[in-house]
Design a protein around this ligand. Structure first.
Ligand code: IVH
Length: 685
């Protein structure tokens, strides 16, 4: 080993150690400045000597290069959810089911059932799975649909409470250790970011959880690094070998390895003790620097967990008790009316700002006029509002004792607040509607919806920018979005519109052309046609021409794998009418076609049989000279492969780099096809 290499490795060890002291032991030995100096020293050496690069170097904390998109990867062990309870009785009932499932007596000699639970805070964040191989962090995945998640390794590496390398205890580290946990944004950081966003007139995050989710989805890890996300470990996926007999032992062990374990975890000898913890933690949780929404109670013994097993959705060995929504008193200063993309006009309570459940609430939905009348809500009233973690704030009731003598009942609105046109109420509907498709508010809302996440997902075209462009007369129809590049001069004259912002907007618009038919259908805001229906329809018909040929009956009755699609008449009629209306659907489609927006849908099930790795299951192991895991996974998937994380007899191919570990040995034992890095490179070309 050269002197330089020794120096680099020593610095890395030092920095890992200080990180551990700071984040898991809360006992820092050096100042932040001293830490940063060491880090800068290391960065300088690494830059001068790229031959000593390491993916788990502490310098990874500042964030690597931006990525293009997220690769989806299968979980080695599915990430399930937890079933919820809201009171003590339900918790007791669950306890009885646990005892029944384990065939344990409900009481022992001392009148207590012999089972140990662990109760721990339910962190209101984003689930993450961290995979360590030989103690090094090799992959971080989101929960996704539970079976497969997005690879967010680059983002996760910037989170300083997530160790990049584990500290090896005397008994050694498991070869593979998948730690499950929760990434969250501390309340203070959430406030800081929202203040910043407010100053920049960006949309605010609704709560710390959304902010954490939004941050993990950033494609530039350097930006993730600028937001101080944190993490708590609360579970396990694949652990090999697994020497732990119970969850408490596991938690103690990973804590020693440097992983962040919550300090409020409480072993309980009975369900009554667990309930006592739930009651006492209710007072503690409001003082914490992060959001929690309940307590998770888990059977401690791993053998018992195994015996209890799981349902399709959640393990039988754990349950989440959720605290009731938080309430607060405030004054309702006004009732305003909001026009939705389909013309529905809904009342909104404007409130004196009040802090509830981790955020400041200024507005609450009032749903509709019936609700206002039923609760007799009047302007100037003192009201009780309620907000649960992720739910929209609600007005629960008016404090009548505090009502002013001269207050007047709220009157129903008679004209559209945006276009002043007439409003009507459809039979069987609580909502009132503005029937004018040219209503400016509706135009804005439709465009915001079109560009939004889950629809065309146009980066740079959020609600503020849409409103700005509509006000400036540059945007009216969906098609106009795709001709904005012809108006760069006018756009640059708008307030807060510099060249980079414009470039990003135009790049976002260009990219959105390739979302495909399902996204377009969902984005058009056709009544009753949501993203799920849009996807089924797009896959069934493949392109807009075929879809336009379909009769209403066909749309309502087509089958998928011999079963009804579930689309039904209401959706079919609405879609059919849209597609055949020359003044709306047909005109919109023609405009999008003229701008080369992709109106076809790729069929997922039929993989391209001609690809080199079509239908092959591939596992990656070791580290690679020319590839990081993310890019390698992407390349393999582009070749048709399904990339999974553990070797079994169902594996077709193992791609191995340096220091491959046990997967290679297993692959050899199973006589599987193995490619080293040069072989892979030659196959690529
Ligand atoms: S245990 C099988 N423990 O809550 C799932 N989950 O609502 C076992 N969560 O997806 C998870 N705090 O991401 C567990 N202390 C905790 C937790 C926790 C938060 C999350 C977790 C899960 C979600 C379910």
């Amino acid at each position: 080993m050269t002197d330089i290499q020794k120096q680099i490795e020593q610095l890395r060890r030092e920095l890992h150690r200080h990180n551990h002291l700071y984040y898991s032991k809360a006992k820092p030995q050096i100042s932040d400045q001293a830490y940063d100096r060491l880090l800068a020293q290391l960065a300088e050496l690494e830059q001068a000597h790229p031959e000593f690069h390491s993916p788990t170097s502490p310098t990874a904390r500042v964030g690597g290069e931006p990525i293009e998109g997220f690769v989806t990867v299968d979980h080695a062990v599915p990430m399930l959810s937890i079933s919820n309870t809201y009171d003590q009785k339900e918790l007791q009932a669950w306890h009885q089911r646990v005892l029944g499932g384990l065939e344990l007596p409900t009481v022992d000699l001392f009148g207590q059932a012999e089972i140990t639970y662990l109760a721990e805070p339910k962190i209101d964040g984003i689930a993450i799975s961290l995979r360590y191989e030989q103690g090094k962090l090799v992959q971080a995945l989101t929960r996704g649909d539970g079976q497969r998640g997005d690879d967010i390794t680059a983002a996760a590496k910037t989170i300083r409470s997530i160790p990049l390398e584990l500290i090896s205890p005397s008994e050694g580290l498991p070869e593979i250790l998948e730690v499950r946990g929760e990434v969250y944004m501390p309340n203070e950081e959430f406030d800081r970011i929202n203040q910043q966003r407010q100053a920049m007139e960006l949309d605010l995050f609704a709560n710390p959880r959304n902010a954490a989710a939004g941050t993990l989805k950033l494609k530039n890890p350097k930006k993730v690094a600028q937001r101080q996300l944190k993490c708590f470990a609360h579970g396990l996926g694949l652990v090999k070998p697994n020497p732990y007999l119970c969850y408490a032992d596991y938690l103690a062990a990973i804590k020693n390895m440097g992983l962040p374990v919550n300090e409020h975890v409480k072993p309980c000898k009975s369900i009554d003790e667990a309930w006592a913890f739930i009651e006492s933690f209710e007072k503690i949780r409001v003082t914490l620097s992060y959001a929690t929404d309940g307590v998770v109670v888990k059977v401690d013994d791993f053998a018992f967990q195994k015996m209890l097993g799981t349902t399709a959705k959640s393990p039988r060995w754990c349950i989440a008790y959720k605290y009731p929504a938080e309430q607060a008193k405030t004054t309702l200063t006004d009732i305003t009316w909001q026009v939705g993309k389909g013309g529905s006009v809904t009342p909104v309570a404007e409130l004196e700002p009040v802090f509830v459940a981790g955020t400041t609430v200024k507005r609450a939905t009032l749903h509709n006029m019936d609700e206002i009348q039923r609760k007799d809500i009047r302007i100037g009233d003192r009201v009780i509002i309620e907000k649960a973690g992720e739910i929209i704030p609600q007005v629960v009731e008016v404090i009548l004792a505090e009502r002013a003598d001269d207050s007047k009942a709220t009157e129903a609105i008679t004209a559209c607040p945006s276009c002043q046109g007439p409003l009507h109420r459809e039979e069987d509907e609580a909502a009132i509607r503005c029937g004018n498709p040219q209503c400016p508010a509706q135009i804005c809302e439709r465009l915001i919806w079109f560009a939004g996440r889950g629809q065309m997902n146009i980066d740079g075209l959020g609600d503020k920018v849409v409103r700005q462009l509509v006000d400036a007369g540059l945007l009216r129809t969906f098609g106009d979005i795709y001709t904005l590049h012809e108006h760069t001069e006018s756009i640059l004259k708008l307030e807060r519109f510099a060249q980079t912002k414009l470039d990003n907007l135009l790049a976002g618009i260009e990219q959105s052309k390739q979302r495909g038919l399902a996204h377009v259908l969902a984005a058009l805001g056709i009544r009753h046609v949501g993203s799920k229906a849009a996807l089924l329809i797009a896959r069934q018909y493949g392109n807009i021409e075929a879809l336009a040929q379909a009769t209403q009956e066909e749309l309502a009755n087509f089958e998928i794998d011999g079963r009804k699609s579930g689309i039904g008449n209401r959706i079919a009629q609405s879609l059919f009418e849209f597609l055949h209306d020359p003044t709306s659907g047909q005109r919109i489609i023609a405009q999008l076609q003229a701008q080369e927006v992709n109106l076809t849908e790729a069929m997922p099930a039929v993989a391209d049989e001609n690809l080199l790795l079509a239908n092959k299951t591939v596992v990656i192991t070791g580290s690679f000279e020319n590839w990081d895991r993310h890019t390698l996974t992407e390349k393999l998937q582009a070749l048709g492969a399904k990339v999974t994380s553990s070797v079994s007899k169902n594996t077709d191919l193992v791609v191995t780099g340096a220091n491959p570990g046990s997967k290679l040995a297993k692959a050899q034992k199973l006589n599987l096809e193995i490619w080293d890095e040069p072989t892979f490179n030659s196959k690529l070309s």
